[in-house]
Design a binder for this molecule. Structure first.
Ligand code: NAP
Length: 309
């Protein structure tokens, strides 16, 4: 598995998201974990909200795996906080961040989180509050690295006015078909084109490259926001024809080509898989080792319907 820069270290280019394991039994979770590890994925993405009730998927993961201390040391556990579904709000207050980390540590049955992400930008954020929480969590050894998710460049700048720790990751929605963070800057300055509308605060990919922030692409195979996958979907016949042809040429499966489209980007992004099917994990992971050519990458981009002005 190809690795990418991640803070002061490196991490696999494909990681395993645990958002959808809530209705899986323990054997299914173990099989998923084993397939990930066999494919070179030692990095697992969680959030306090996954599973309906708070910390549900985190607990299902820990209950199913019963990791020994030695095995715990082999993996990276990342989780997120800041969304409060029961109250219909986001919360980056000191109290909320610290409380959620304590809950995640209990649920994951571990003494430290390797990475903590702030899940979605809180309009009422006070950077000093976040900094106090991060300093305390870092000093106590409960969190080793910090990052954000769904953040714009200016929201990150605002946090950086007070937060001392490097923000190592920004988890953003990205697939071939849902690619505004890549497609918008390529259509900058185009009159009347929907694609040229800035939806990410402007240049988030470039901002992350400039500041050494690893982009983690969530929903890498969804056509839109939880609208189902584009792979094999007749609504994306032209795209699938290209994907299938490239899969045959590179001797991989279509899901590997969809993965490779993201890992080929020079920002050295990570792909956050959401599948709960072990074979799909294996097949997608193989995509990280496929190096698409520039014409291949652009053919996929155009076949997905993006404008190339
Ligand atoms: N930061 C954020 O705001 C945010 C938001 C959403 C998600 N995430 C993270 O990103 C991860 C991935 O998100 P996601 O689950 O939406 O991404 P995804 O990998 O694009 O979608 C996976 C879903 O598609 C289904 N699927 C159907 N056909 C498939 C095919 N041919 N290939 C692959 N999957 C197929 C999977 O079903 P099976 O399980 O049956 O294979 C699964 O339900 C999550 O687990 C979570 O960790 C983060």
């Amino acid at each position: 598995m190809k690795s990418v820069p991640f803070g002061s270290t490196t991490a696999p280019a494909v990681i395993a998201g645990m958002m959808r394991i809530n209705d899986k039994d323990e054997k299914q979770i173990r099989d998923l974990y084993d397939a990930a590890r066999a494919a070179g994925i030692d990095f697992f993405d969680h959030a306090d909200i996954y599973g309906g009730q708070m910390h549900h998927c985190e607990s299902r993961f820990a209950d199913a795996l019963q990791l020994s201390d030695a095995e715990r040391d082999e993996i990276v556990l990342q989780t997120k906080c800041g969304i409060v579904p029961a109250e219909g709000m986001f919360d980056f207050s000191y109290e909320h961040i610290v409380r959620q980390v304590e809950g995640s540590l209990r649920a994951l049955r571990t003494d430290r989180l390797d990475v903590l992400l702030l899940h979605r930008p809180d309009a009422l954020v006070e950077p000093e509050d976040v900094a106090r929480a991060f300093d305390e969590l870092e000093a106590s050894g409960k969190v080793r690295a910090f990052g954000v998710s769904n953040h714009t460049p200016r929201q990150i700048d605002l946090l950086r006015t007070a937060v001392r720790q490097p923000l190592v990751a920004n988890q953003l929605q990205l697939s071939i078909t849902h690619a505004p963070i890549i497609a918008q800057p390529m259509a900058a300055n185009m009159e009347g084109a929907d694609q040229s509308i800035v939806r990410d605060g402007g240049g988030i990919v470039e901002y992350c490259r400039l500041h050494g922030i690893t982009i983690q692409a969530w929903s890498p195979f969804q056509s839109g926001f939880f609208t189902g996958v584009f792979l094999g979907n007749p609504e994306y016949a032209e795209l699938n024809a290209v994907i299938d042809r490239l899969a045959a040429a590179h001797r991989v499966t279509p899901i590997a080509i969809a993965t490779a489209w993201i890992t080929r980007h020079p920002a050295h992004m990570q792909v956050v898989l959401g599948t709960t099917t072990p074979q799909r994990v294996t097949d997608a992971a193989a995509g990280a080792d496929v190096e698409l050519t520039r014409p291949e990458w652009y053919e996929l981009y155009r076949a997905a319907g993006h404008l190339l002005p």
